[in-house]
Design a binder for this molecule. Structure first.
Ligand code: SF4
Ligand code: SF4
Length: 440
C-alpha cells in the first residue's frame, strides 16, 4: 500500500465492504444521467481499491472519477452493505490534493479567500457593485451572461445582499421570556452574504422560543466546500476557528443543511490527534439543524407557530436536502412544522428526497449533468401542484430557483424559516404576530 495515502487508508474497511451488486446503479443520480461505471459508487470503490493495492496512481483521470460525485449519499442509503463511498471519496480527494494539489481556482478560493472571512466579505462587497451588469431574473436573482461559460452561463444566481447578516444582526439576541438555552447561530456563507433575511427570521423564531442567540463574528465558513473537495488542511483551520467561536454555547444551530453536515463531519475527516478528535466530537454533538432543534430539543408546540400572511391559502411542497435527510437524518421535523401551519396546505412531491444536483461546486464543474439532475426536481414539483417549494438549504434554493427559471416556472423557492414566526401570546390571532426583525 503506498505510504502517501494517509487519508484514504483510514477508510479501507469501508471500501472493502462493496460486494459489487450494482444496486447503487438504480439510485445514483449521476450514473442515471451518464451511465458511466466510474460515476457509480461501485466503480469509485473499485478504483480506490486499486489505489490502495498500488495498482492505480493518483492521476488526473482518477481525480476526474472521484470528483464526479455529489456526495449525496443516495448510494449509501440503498447499499445493502452500507458502503460509505462518501468517506472514501472525500479521503481520496484529500490524498490527491496533498500529493498533486487542487486545481488553481479551487486552491486560490479555499486557501486565500474562504479562510479569511474579512477578505471573502470584502470580495463579495466589491462584486456586488458590479452585479447590476447581470440581467435581472425574478425576485432577487440574476442570470450569468453567456461569456461566463465556466461558471454555468445563463444560470440564475442570487443577488449579493446590500447588507450582510453581520451588519444587521446584533452579536447577542436575548431570549423572549425566560432563557432556556444559549444558542450559537451558525449562519453559513450563503445566509450571511446572500440570504441574510433567512438568518434574521431564524433568530426571531429561536428567541421567541426562549433561546438567547449568539451570532459570533468570529465564526468562519463551515469548511464543507473546502474539505469535501479534498483541502483537508484549510478545512482543519476553519474547523478550529469555529470551535473557538462557539465556546460557551449549549447548542450550535444552523439553517443550512450543508453547513450542518459539514460541522458534524469535523471528527470524521479533520482531526490530527485523538485529543482533537474528542474536541471535534464534543462540538459536533452540539450541532443541530434548525428544524430538528425546534421540534426535538425545544419541543415547540405546533400551535405556537403562525404562518406569514403572504403564504396564507398557498399550497407548498418540501424538498429534502441530501445534507439534511441522508447526512443528518432530518426529514420528519420540517414536515411536522409545515403540517401545523394554519392557513397553509402541504403536499408531498414525488421523490422529495431526490438530489437537486447542486453538490456545491459540482454544479459549476459538472454543469450539464447538474442541470439534467435538477430537471427531475422540476418535474416532481410540477406534478405536486404546489405553488412554492420549501426547503432548508440555501444551496438547494439556488439550484432549484435556477432549474425552475430555466423551465419558465416562476414559482417561489423559500427557506422554511421564512414561512412562519412564533406567536408571542395566546391572544395573537392569524396575522397578528409580532413584527419580525425588519429587513434593512
Ligand atoms: S456500493 Fe453498495 S450497492 Fe453499490 S455495488 Fe457496492 S455493495 Fe452494491
Ligand atoms: S454519493 Fe451520490 S453521486 Fe456519489 S456515488 Fe453515491 S449516489 Fe452517486
Amino acid at each position: 500500500m503506498p505510504e502517501t495515502l494517509e487519508n484514504v487508508r483510514k477508510f479501507a474497511a469501508d471500501v472493502a465492504q462493496c460486494m459489487k451488486c450494482g444496486f447503487c446503479s438504480y439510485y445514483c443520480p449521476v450514473y442515471r444521467e451518464e451511465k458511466d461505471e466510474k460515476a457509480l459508487a461501485r466503480g469509485k470503490n473499485q478504483l480506490i481499491r486499486f489505489l490502495l493495492k498500488g495498482e492505480q496512481e493518483l492521476t488526473e483521470g482518477f481525480y476526474g472519477a472521484i470528483d464526479n460525485c455529489l456526495l449525496c449519499k443516495t448510494c449509501v442509503q440503498y447499499c445493502p452493505a452500507k458502503t460509505r463511498i462518501d468517506h472514501a471519496v472525500i479521503a481520496a480527494r484529500g490524498d490527491y490534493a496533498a500529493e498533486r494539489g487542487l486545481p488553481l481556482s479551487k486552491s486560490l478560493v479555499f486557501r486565500h479567500v474562504l479562510s479569511r472571512r474579512w477578505l471573502f466579505g470584502w470580495a463579495l462587497r466589491v462584486a456586488s457593485w458590479f452585479q447590476f451588469l447581470l440581467p435581472r431574473g425574478e425576485g432577487k436573482f440574476r442570470h450569468l451572461p453567456q461569456f461566463l461559460t465556466a461558471l454555468g452561463a445563463g444560470r440564475a444566481v442570487p443577488e449579493i445582499a446590500p447588507k450582510f447578516l453581520r451588519d444587521s444582526l446584533p452579536e447577542r439576541n436575548p431570549a423572549v421570556g425566560e432563557r432556556r438555552y444559549r444558542v450559537g447561530l451558525f449562519s453559513g456563507c450563503a445566509t450571511e452574504y446572500m440570504f441574510p433575511e433567512v438568518g434574521r427570521r431564524i433568530v426571531d423564531i429561536l428567541t421567541g422560543l426562549g433561546c438567547e442567540v449568539v451570532f459570533s463574528r468570529a465564526q468562519a465558513c463551515c469548511g464543507a466546500p473546502v474539505f469535501f473537495s479534498g483541502d483537508l488542511e484549510t478545512g482543519r483551520n476553519l474547523a478550529r476557528q469555529n470551535l473557538e467561536a462557539f465556546e460557551g454555547c449549549d447548542y450550535i444551530v444552523t439553517g443550512c443543511a450543508t453547513c450542518g453536515s459539514g460541522l458534524a463531519d469535523y471528527p470524521v475527516y479533520l482531526s490530527e490527534s485523538p485529543e482533537e478528535k474528542a474536541r471535534f466530537e464534543a462540538f459536533a454533538a452540539r450541532v443541530r439543524d434548525f428544524n430538528a432543534f425546534v421540534i426535538d430539543v425545544l419541543a415547540a408546540e405546533p400551535g405556537r407557530f403562525q404562518l406569514e400572511p403572504r403564504f396564507r391559502g398557498k399550497t407548498v411542497t418540501w424538498h429534502d436536502p441530501c445534507h439534511l435527510t441522508r447526512h443528518q437524518g432530518v426529514a420528519a421535523q420540517p414536515r411536522k412544522i409545515l403540517n401545523a401551519l394554519e392557513g397553509l396546505r402541504f403536499v408531498e412531491m414525488p421523490d422529495a428526497d431526490r438530489c437537486c444536483g447542486l453538490g456545491g461546486s459540482y454544479s459549476i464543474t459538472h454543469h450539464d449533468t447538474s442541470k439534467k439532475i435538477a430537471d427531475h426536481k422540476v418535474a416532481g414539483f410540477e406534478a405536486s401542484g404546489a405553488d412554492a417549494v420549501v426547503t432548508a438549504c440555501p444551496g438547494c434554493i439556488i439550484q432549484l430557483r435556477d432549474a425552475l427559471s430555466r423551465h419558465g416556472n416562476g414559482a417561489e423557492v423559500v427557506h422554511i424559516g421564512e414561512l412562519f414566526r412564533v406567536k408571542r401570546s395566546a391572544l395573537d390571532g392569524p396575522g397578528d404576530g409580532p413584527a419580525p426583525t425588519a429587513d434593512p
